[in-house]
Design a binder for this molecule. Structure first.
Ligand code: SF4
Length: 315
């Protein structure tokens, strides 16, 4: 059994990019230190008292809630509120919601669940007909619902559990799709709010690699669902993830170098590089164009012959 590089406990993780071994305690200390310094560096909770945490029940979001709760537990001026979006993925999201509930109740964090069935259409229903690209719809609907939930609960920001791997994959996908404006919008502290209805998103796990999030969650006994979404196989993210992971395996530190490139790039963007946010003419939710993506996708699916009826609320 390998020994931790910092003490004589057994190691649970080897970090190829630093050539160090970590026991559970030293990995936990490092992870919490990284999250804390990311939050301070980008002023993620500065002047913000009600912080939402998007908790799906997977390892990233539950770990993020657990660490933020630990870091902010003595700070009486801030309240954490967990929001779970139920996309309507039977056999997958129902299990992860149970984990989200269990963690929130263990930590004593207020928890609210918002369902696609009430604000758009369940993913399982959407995929029956006309079989669109699931992740495009799911991502758009999720952002829309999260923003609405954040406003309904008077949140000043909403934390998204994107770890280092997610961030660099998103950066890579935005390059591949030629979407520079998305790069400008995807900032660590969501500091581009130009519309009162838009609740900024923060990404406290920005500098924590996915496998370290997993090791942290297991070591700290955090309840999380480790299943895979039934539609995950169709996502562009999969080949991108494989490519970046293979580069990381050959050239350790690739992910951090990609992160630094992305951060330097958004630092150098001129003010106003991201499109201003305004209100959608159909639903009045924040949008970068006249009609928001959620309304656009719902009308598109209808044109393609979707048989379901759209949303009870805010249709
Ligand atoms: Fe939604 Fe795609 Fe993620 Fe499944 S894999 S939860 S469809 S974004």
């Amino acid at each position: 059994m390998a020994i931790c590089s910092f003490c004589n406990r057994n190691a649970i993780l080897y970090q190829p990019y630093s050539c160090k071994l970590f026991c559970g305690k030293h990995l936990s200390d490092l992870t919490e230190k990284r999250v804390g310094s990311t939050m301070r560096k980008y002023g993620m909770v500065r002047n913000r008292s009600r912080i939402g945490v998007a908790v799906s029940g997977g390892k990233d979001s539950t770990t993020m809630l657990y660490i933020m709760h630990r870091l902010l537990r003595k700070d009486r001026s801030r309240t954490l509120i967990a929001i779970t979006v139920d996309e309507g993925l039977r056999g997958y999201r129902d299990k992860s919601i149970r984990c989200a509930r269990a963690l929130c109740s263990k930590l004593g964090v207020e928890h609210h669940i918002y369902r696609f069935s009430e604000y758009a259409v369940k993913m399982d229903t959407l995929m029956r007909h006309p079989k669109p690209d699931p992740c495009t719809y799911c991502g758009v609907f999720r952002r829309w619902v999260l923003n609405l939930a954040a406003r309904e609960h008077g949140l000043d920001a909403i934390a998204i559990g994107h770890n280092l791997d997610d961030v660099v994959q998103t950066f890579q996908m935005n390059i591949m799709r030629n979407e520079p404006l998305r790069i400008a919008r995807y900032t660590p502290n969501g500091g581009i709010a130009t519309c009162d209805e838009f609740v900024p998103r923060i990404r406290p796990l920005l500098t924590v690699p996915e496998r370290e999030v997993m090791a942290y969650a297991l070591h700290n006994g955090i309840p999380f669902h480790n299943g895979e979404c039934p539609y995950a196989g169709l996502a562009l993210r999969n080949p991108v993830r494989e490519f970046i992971n293979s580069m990381e395996a050959k050239y350790p530190g690739t992910k951090f170098r990609m992160l630094n490139t992305y951060l330097s790039l958004i630092d150098r963007l001129p003010a106003g590089a991201a499109q201003p946010i305004r209100k959608c003419k159909l639903c009045s939710e924040p949008s970068s164009s006249e009609t928001c993506k959620r309304c656009e996708l719902l009308s598109y699916a209808k044109c393609k012959g979707a048989k379901w009826s759209v949303a009870k609320k805010n249709a």
